[in-house]
Design a protein around this ligand. Structure first.
Ligand code: NDP
Ligand code: 8X3
Length: 259
């Protein structure tokens, strides 16, 4: 039996949303295992700080773009230096929720941000990376969905819609790319204590903190470890879709906050 093992070293991974939370934790575990990184985000000072922190472990290149800017995304990925240009692993992670209101009170700018970043941004980055993977008949795309992409919850309306779209895109990508030797799968976390709720509630720290109170949520590192496990499986294994919840969370609306 010929099993193609996956060695982390000598691989290049491009991670969107590496300036915070899950993306930053993935960058850290990848670099510490010798994976060269292209780390992306809008906050350049954070990218530079992360590069300084991780470059003792692996080569790091920073790409500063807003995933909504399709020309900039395409140009910057196309012009990557040679040693970073063959992307083996794409982590489509950049995204956020913006607001949490009943549908009649929703803010149009919030709706557009979620659709433009979580859905269209993911597509722009994927469109720029997939051709090289196809040329190489090899690659691994991990789409960060959400439990919100599996089950809608009250006032989650457009965020849930954006993550249901990620779920559909993940399935469609896999159908179209598996014959090219490219692995595609999604990780769908439940409640992870990151800056996510601070963004969602526009800097209302108390409201953001209350989301994770009374129970032990997931941490970004928990998800990063799972992603590292997924990308290091022998190449014939494709983990297509994982839903990962904290023990205290049974569904999007059922969280045991007594603990
Ligand atoms: P954070 O807010 O901590 O991180 C979000 C990341 O996305 C940041 O690095 C941010 O970088 C980047 N980002 C946001 N908007 C843009 C943009 N327009 N262009 C480029 N980058 C952008 O949240 P998380 O780490 O929690 O979120 C990461 C992913 O995980 C998201 O897709 C989220 O939906 C998903 N998720 C989160 C869960 C949670 O409970 N936290 C649960 C399930 C899924 P910068 O601002 O520097 O551009
Ligand atoms: C993030 C999880 O429940 O805040 O995707 O939508 S939730």
């Amino acid at each position: 039996m010929n099993i193609r093992m996956v060695s982390a070293t000598s691989k290049v991974a491009l991670i969107t949303g590496a300036t915070s939370g899950i993306g930053k934790a993935v960058a850290t575990i990848f670099a510490k295992n010798g994976i060269s990184l292209v780390i992306c985000g809008r906050r350049e000072e954070r990218l530079i700080a992360l590069k300084t922190e991780l470059q003792p472990f692996a080569p790091i290149y920073t790409l500063n773009f807003d995933v909504r800017d399709r020309e900039d995304v395409a140009k910057k990925i196309k012009n990557l230096p040679k040693e970073f240009s063959k992307i083996d692993i794409l982590i489509n992670n950049a995204g956020n929720a913006h607001g949490m209101e009943p549908i009649d009170q929703g803010n149009l700018d919030d709706w557009e941000a979620m659709i433009d970043i979580n859905v269209k941004g993911l597509l722009y980055v994927s469109k720029a990376v997939i051709p090289t993977m196809m040329e190489n008949s090899s690659g691994h795309i991990i789409n960060i969905g959400s439990s919100a992409g599996k089950e809608v919850y009250p006032k989650g309306n457009i965020y849930c819609a954006s993550k249901h779209a990620v779920d559909a895109i993940n399935q469609g990508m896999r159908m179209d790319l598996h014959t090219h030797g490219i692995r595609v799968g999604a990780i769908n976390p439940g409640l992870v204590d990151t800056e996510f709720s601070q963004i969602r509630f526009k800097g209302d720290a108390e409201r953001a903190a209350s989301v994770y109170q009374g129970f032990k949520p997931l941490y970004a590192e928990d998800i990063a470890e799972i992603i590292y496990f997924v990308i290091t499986r022998p190449y014939h294994i494709n983990i297509t879709d994982l839903l990962v919840m904290p023990l205290a969370q049974a569904s999007n609306t059922l969280v045991n906050r007594k603990g």
